[in-house]
Design a protein around this ligand. Structure first.
Ligand SMILES: [Zn+2]
Ligand SMILES: [Zn+2]
Length: 298
């Protein structure tokens, strides 16, 4: 049995082990030294956020029985995608696939902020009134389905190896639990990690109620895309312990921490309020985001 086959044979154990390991570690860290005071009790929010995770997992499994890893194996069998047409050494194909998938997720995240209809769905993630390890997996089921379709399209075009897709999904899941945690790394460790990995101090800025701050730091795993495309923001205007987190106008208990209310968020109020193009973005390309064509550099 090759290493590749060994990893794929233990897919479920690797996923569950990594999820539980990182979840418990972050939950204990948050309980020991919380970064911000909570607005809602952990019990109320966790029941809601984890119910959403369970609902999304069942739904994705029903809609895509093959899932992303199975789809990558099918693409390899049928010879779909660049890396199946022009084979590369496995290590290079895995590295390239993980990088491209991370960039694709970054682009998708920007798109969910830029298109008003998609922002309505993505508001579910941002309307969490507190920011902790469970926020990282709190997404509207329709966003999860769209996100899976985009991932499958990238896999089909790229021909990503199944083991790379598994590695990417496990890394992204662990990174999301880490960078949503209600913890603070020592300043130097935070600065060093930010060279490549999104830290809680960096992603928390993306959850600010201030439009300009929410339209920055779109990365979920690598920090390079925000730095490269000019959407990186090093610090929030206010200290992180006092800055407001969430979506303006979405602060009630029902729509923020009750499953029925959270699922209804896309149908509430205008979706344009915070989408890119209807507010002020940050970074070098702020003018592209914030205005019409008259603002484009000539
Ligand atoms: Zn976002
Ligand atoms: Zn987030």
């Amino acid at each position: 049995m090759t290493f590749n086959e060994l990893v794929l044979a233990h897919e479920a154990a690797i996923r569950l082990g990594s999820f539980l390991g990182v979840f418990v570690l972050m939950a204990l860290w948050e309980a020991a030294v919380p970064r911000r005071e909570r607005l809602f009790s952990r019990r109320a929010r966790w029941v809601n956020n984890l119910a959403l995770v369970a609902l999304n997992s069942v739904m994705v499994r029903l809609a895509f029985p093959l899932a992303a890893v199975g789809f990558a194996a099918l693409a390899a069998e049928r010879g779909w995608g660049l890396l199946n047409v022009f084979p590369a050494p496995l290590w290079a194909a895995v590295l390239a696939s993980v990088l491209v998938l991370d960039l694709a997720i970054w682009l998708q995240h920007v798109m969910f902020h830029a298109v008003p209809l998609l922002w309505r769905l993505h508001r579910v993630h941002h309307a969490d009134p507190d920011f902790d390890v469970t926020t990282g997996a709190r997404f509207h089921p329709v966003e999860i389905l769209l996100s899976m379709l985009i991932k499958l399209a990238v896999i089909a075009v790229l021909g990503a190896p199944a083991v790379a897709v598994l590695a990417f999904e496990v890394i992204l899941n662990a990174a999301a639990m880490f960078n949503h945690a209600n913890v603070r790394l020592p300043g130097r460790a935070d600065a060093l990690l930010r060279g490549f990995l999104v830290t809680p101090e960096m992603h928390r800025i993306h959850h600010s109620m201030e439009v300009a701050e929410a339209n920055s730091n779109f990365g979920f795993c690598l920090t390079w895309w925000d730095r490269l495309f000019g959407t990186y923001r090093a610090a929030a205007r206010l200290p992180q312990e006092s800055m407001a987190i969430g979506v303006e106008g979405l602060t009630g208990r029902f729509e923020c921490v009750r499953l029925a209310g959270v699922l209804g968020i896309p149908f509430l109020g205008p979706g344009r309020d915070r989408a890119i193009g209807h507010g002020v973005a940050s970074g070098r390309h702020a003018r592209w985001f914030s205005g019409g064509t008259e603002d484009l550099p000539s």
